[in-house]
Every structure is written in C-alpha cells, then in structure tokens.
Design a protein around this ligand. Structure first.
Ligand SMILES: Cc1cc2nc3c(=O)[nH]c(=O)nc-3n(C[C@H](O)[C@H](O)[C@H](O)COP(=O)(O)OP(=O)(O)OC[C@H]3O[C@@H](n4cnc5c(N)ncnc54)[C@H](O)[C@@H]3O)c2cc1C
Length: 390
C-alpha cells in the first residue's frame, strides 16, 4: 500500500482558496492536504478602496479561510512560514514547529521588504503608512480617518499604479463624506500616473483625479519625516499622512529557500506552475514568476491559476502527467474611482461608467460569496471569468 503523500499549501491566496474549497472533489485518496496560513480571515484587496471610502463594512470584505476549511478534509495550521528548505522538504513556522512535505504549493502573495523600502525612501517605514499587509492597513484605517477628520490635513499617496490611484480617490471620498478639507497629492514618480496603462486610461484618470481635487506630482519621493516628504530635486512637501502604495516585494522567506528565484526574488515556474529547481514545489500568484508566460501581478491571474494547480497537485500525488497552464494574454481591469463609477480597461481601450462600478461591485461581492457556498460532491468546477477588478 502507498504511504499517504503530504501536500502542503503555503498561504491562503486566491488559487489556494479555490483548492481548499474544491479539495473534497479531488480524486487524491492517497494525499493529505495541509494549509499553513496566519489568519482565519483576510481582507479581499479588490474591496479595500471601497472599505476606505466607507462603501463597505470590514465584515463585507473578509474572506473567511477558517470557515472554508471546515468539513473540507483539509488540515489547517495557523502560522507563518519563517524558513523553507526546498532540499530537505521542511518548513519552519513562526510557532517554532517544523512540518515536512512531499509536495509544496506556495501562494503567499507579495510583502513589504522594509529594508528595501527604507533604502529607496529613507524614513518610509517609520513615518509612512504602508498599504501592505492589507489586513494591517484596514485595521489601522478607522483611527487614521478619525484623526484626519479632526482638523484640515495634507494627505499624500506615494505610488500611482492602480492601487495608488484607487487609494487616493477612496481617501478623497472618505474625507468628502465628513466635509473634511484636506490637501490631496499623488506622487507618481518619473514613470508617471498608471505607467503600464494606455494613454486613454491615463487621460480619463487624470480628469477624475482633478475633479476630486488631487494634485499629481511626477517626481520620485526620496525621503519621509514626521511632517514632510522630500522629492527628487530638493522640493519638500508638507504632509500629515503619507500612504505608501509603492507596490510590494517578493516575500523574504523565499530568499534562503534554495528555490530558483528571478532577479527580484520571485519563484521561477514553468508552464505547469512548477519550480524550475524543485519539481515537487509549485508556486502561483504574486509570489511566482512564470518564465514561459510572464504576466502582470494581479488577483485575476492568481485566481485563474487555481483550477490547473489543483489538477497538477492531484496529478503529482497520483504520479500522473501534469497539465500546462497558459494565463490569458490580457485581462479586463476595473478600477474603483470612488465617485460611483469605475474605469474599465482592455488593452489600449478605456472608459469610465457607473455600469462598470456596478459590475466591479457585483464581481467583488460575488467573489466573497462564492467562496462560502458549498460545492456539491460531483460538481465539475468552472474556471473563473477572465476579469480583473483593478
Ligand atoms: C489596494 C489594492 C487593490 C487591489 N485590487 C485588485 C483588484 O481589484 N483586482 C485584482 O485582480 N487585483 C487587485 N490587487 C492585486 C491583488 O491584491 C494581488 O495581485 C493578489 O492578492 C495576489 O494574490 P495571491 O494569491 O498571490 O496572494 P494574496 O491574495 O496576497 O494571499 C497571500 C496569502 O498568503 C499568506 N501568507 C503570506 N506570507 C505567508 C507566510 N510566510 N506563511 C504563510 N502564509 C503566508 C497571507 O496571509 C495570505 O493568506 C490589488 C492590490 C492592492 C494593494
């Protein structure tokens, strides 16, 4: 008789949530699935701007991993990985415990590398409020907002990618609801506003930012103190609150793991989602870097990886051949503009509409609701739609 294979899912990111939910339908009787994740629930990032703007209550944005794990024949260890040894197939947890695996799948997203952030923006971690980890940001936000509402303030968001734009517009909305006067600035760096979006998307977003009273500065932030921000070129900008939306980094736990990583520290994977260096290790979502199919990091790619990853984990437990997974070339992105409309982009095309906000809201709420629905035993899961909402 074959020994039971230990499959460990590290992190409860988008793809792993799908696997946890559908594990009972997987034909892998000789495998035991264990999930290692630090939180019983976490905030769904697509809804964070709505939470900041007061559109949602926190409970509406929470993905309940613990509830999902119930009755799904999956073990849950509430912990964070502190060290991964791909060679000896052991993970050391922050609880001090060690667990071993036959097959490991990593879906731990991105993190903030504080050393790296302070190297780029001295004073950033001491004086700035970072949007990563999203759960910590969401916890701090009500007190931050209450402080902002006490007297006129100047608020700066550093980083003008999709999340920076969504965050400054959400802050503008939250303050306007309480008629709080505030100076609002978006620091877009020399790459500028939404640097990887089309000219049409940039033009539309610029108009929305202007209407919301947000000033856009296309210079790099090079330092932060308790009451000011320094820009490249010597300019100092008074600021009472600096929110850092400069994008995450590869989790530092990956660095000494022995796994093959790209130049930025993300796990290099092939078309099966399998590590280049260790075939019994899979990686998906923001923590991975697909070498045959490079793509942007977003929740929609992470979510789409769930069904093929499940097939490949089952195949690896049963010694069957793996299935290649080709991510979509482009996705429809929906940005919450916090003015009752959303910006939709598809390649170079872009448009703003209330209808797009209605759609984004339905997708995001549907995502949370879908995770909590029970799956009938024989259901063949459908792949998620090819739509990203930021
Ligand atoms: C403000 C904001 C808004 C966004 N909006 C959208 C959007 O609308 N649509 C979209 O497609 N994308 C959006 N994104 C991007 C999206 O959040 C990420 O691309 C997506 O969450 C990545 O998913 P993932 O599965 O890789 O990991 P995540 O969803 O980040 O999940 C990682 C999991 O791993 C766990 N974990 C982390 N470290 C460890 C460890 N050491 N040990 C164990 N567990 C660990 C975490 O607790 C978490 O459960 C947004 C991002 C931001 C910042």
């Amino acid at each position: 008789m074959n020994a039971t294979k230990q499959i460990v899912l590290l992190g409860a990111g988008h793809a792993h949530v799908y696997i946890i939910k559908h594990w009972q339908q997987s034909a892998a009787p000789n495998a035991q699935l264990t999930v290692v994740t630090p939180r019983a629930e976490h905030i769904y990032s697509g809804m964070l701007p709505g939470l900041i703007a007061g559109k949602y209550q926190r409970a509406q944005c929470e993905l309940h991993v613990a509830r999902l794990l119930k009755n799904n024949a999956v073990n849950w260890i509430q912990a964070s990985a502190q060290h991964i040894s791909a060679a000896s197939q052991v993970i050391t947890l922050d609880t001090g415990k060690q667990i071993s695996f036959d097959t490991l799948s990593i879906d731990i997203g991105r993190a903030v590398n504080k050393l790296e952030l302070d190297r780029r923006i001295p004073g950033a971690t001491e004086h700035g409020l970072c949007i990563h980890p999203i759960d910590d940001f969401a916890t701090q936000w009500p007190a931050v907002l209450a402080r902002l509402r006490q007297k006129p303030q100047s608020v700066v968001v550093v980083g003008a990618g999709a999340s920076g734009v969504e965050i400054i517009l959400a802050v503008a909305k939250a303050l306007s609801l309480s008629q709080t006067k505030a100076g609002l600035t978006l620091i877009a760096g020399t790459r500028g506003l939404l640097h990887n979006y089309s000219p049409m998307a940039k033009r539309l977003t610029r108009e929305v930012l202007k209407r919301a009273g947000v000033q856009v500065i296309e210079q790099h932030c090079v330092g932060l103190t308790s009451d000011a921000l320094s820009l490249h070129g010597g300019l100092r900008l008074k600021c009472d609150l600096a929110i850092l939306a400069t994008g995450g980094h590869a989790p530092t736990v990956l660095t000494p793991s022995g796994l093959s990583l790209n130049d930025y520290g993300y796990i290099r994977v092939n078309e099966y989602g399998q590590s280049h260096s260790h075939p019994n290790v899979f990686a998906v979502g923001d923590a991975s870097a697909s070498t045959p199919y490079p793509h942007p990091r977003s929740g929609v790619y992470a979510e789409r990886a769930g069904p093929p990853l499940r097939r490949n984990l089952v195949a690896s437990a049963n010694r069957r051949s793996l299935v290649a997974f080709k991510p979509p070339k482009r996705t429809l992105n929906l940005l919450n503009l916090s003015n009752g409309s959303a910006l939709a982009t598809w390649g170079r095309w872009a448009a703003c509409s209330r209808l797009f906000w209605w759609w984004k809201n339905a997708i995001d709420k549907g995502f949370i609701a879908k995770q909590l629905q029970r799956v009938p035993q024989k259901e063949v899961p459908k792949p998620a739609p090819n739509v990203g909402t930021s």
